[in-house]
Design a protein around this ligand. Structure first.
Ligand code: TA6
Length: 304
């Protein structure tokens, strides 16, 4: 059934909090604006496109060349990578980072949460299209709580009869003033898999700074990360639970040029810090069991 904006508003709009509109490319979008912050969420992909506490600059980055098209992953915001992270483990014809970020999700619930935050819950369940790509029964729920901070809860449930396992990530793109001036704290001493150096395992020494392409999966870490951004005069904190791997990515110059939905110079204004279940952090679920992966994003104008 066509996702009708009017039907969505009749069922789920909340005055002074949340309304649904047709966004770019005709994609249905939830628009949230409350006493604390504003946010936009595309129902395609369960994709948080923006989050901006009042008085702050946008926290999430979206490419100027992002393509708002049915079935196309949006470049920026918080793509939901599921049920595999990165290329499909055995079939290169299957979409990178799984199918959840390009499928149309349903609205399950909206409500006003504690301290006047706005909460929306989206869901995606298996159907013929997903089973074609991944032969399992599942229910995926994404709960977003938009207040002074943004909380993203991704809950995966095995609604089938057999055990299955997945990998994934909340693939968050953050806006920074100048990526060469930032420092990322929280992963000092952690081991990472260097995806651009033959997947060598290395140990992080001190804060992460970026002066070339970076594509790393930090393993065995439940640490909170912080992006110290002197040029925007702020610190972005990313706390998490249900995840023991964190991906840090900046494509730098050459890779930016190779992506048609990424401006040649846009690498300067962004960095990904992804709340992941990747590499060895594989989640296995027996029948009826579920797993929750949570990211909590907040900003302050002090240093980290
Ligand atoms: O963020 C890590 C990563 O796996 C990178 O290797 C890069 O491929 C990025 O995700 C973006 O992937 P996408 O499929 O969205 O272009």
């Amino acid at each position: 059934m066509e996702t009708s904006i009017q039907n969505l508003n009749d069922q789920f709009a909340i005055a002074n909090h949340l309304t649904f509109k047709e966004g770019p490319g005709g994609l249905p979008m939830a628009e949230i604006n409350n006493a604390h912050a504003s946010a936009r969420v595309a129902l395609q992909g369960g994709h948080v496109v923006s989050f901006q506490p009042h008085g702050q600059k946008p926290v999430l980055w979206v490419s100027q060349l992002a393509r708002y098209e049915p079935g196309k992953a949006l470049r920026g915001g918080i793509p939901v990578c599921w049920p595999w992270f990165g290329p499909h483990p055995s079939d290169p014809s299957k979409p990178a980072h799984g199918f959840a970020r390009t499928m149309m999700w349903s609205v399950a619930k909206t409500e006003i949460a504690a301290n006047g935050a706005t909460r929306i819950r989206l869901s995606l369940a298996d159907d013929a299209a997903t089973r074609e790509l991944w032969p399992h029964a599942f229910l995926l729920q994404l709960q977003l709580t938009v207040g002074p901070e943004l909380q993203v809860d991704l809950v995966a449930r095995n609604t089938g009869q057999e055990i299955w396992s997945y990998t994934g990530a909340l693939h968050s793109y953050f806006q920074v003033g100048d990526v060469e001036q930032i420092a990322i704290h929280g992963l000092d001493g952690r081991t990472y898999v260097d995806s651009i150096d033959a997947k060598q395992r290395k140990v992080q020494e001190g804060p992460i700074t970026i002066g070339a392409e970076v594509d790393r999966i930090y393993i065995d870490t439940t640490d909170e990360c912080a992006i110290d951004d002197p040029s925007l005069g702020r610190c972005i904190f990313i706390a998490k639970s249900g995840s023991s791997s964190t991906v840090v990515w900046n494509p730098w110059i050459e890779k930016s040029r190779r992506m048609s939905d990424f401006g040649d110079e846009e690498y300067i204004g962004m960095v990904c810090i992804e709340t992941a279940n990747a590499d060895g952090d594989v989640i296995a679920l027996a029948r009826g069991h579920e797993h929750r992966t949570t990211a909590v994003i907040r900003v302050n104008t002090a240093n980290c």
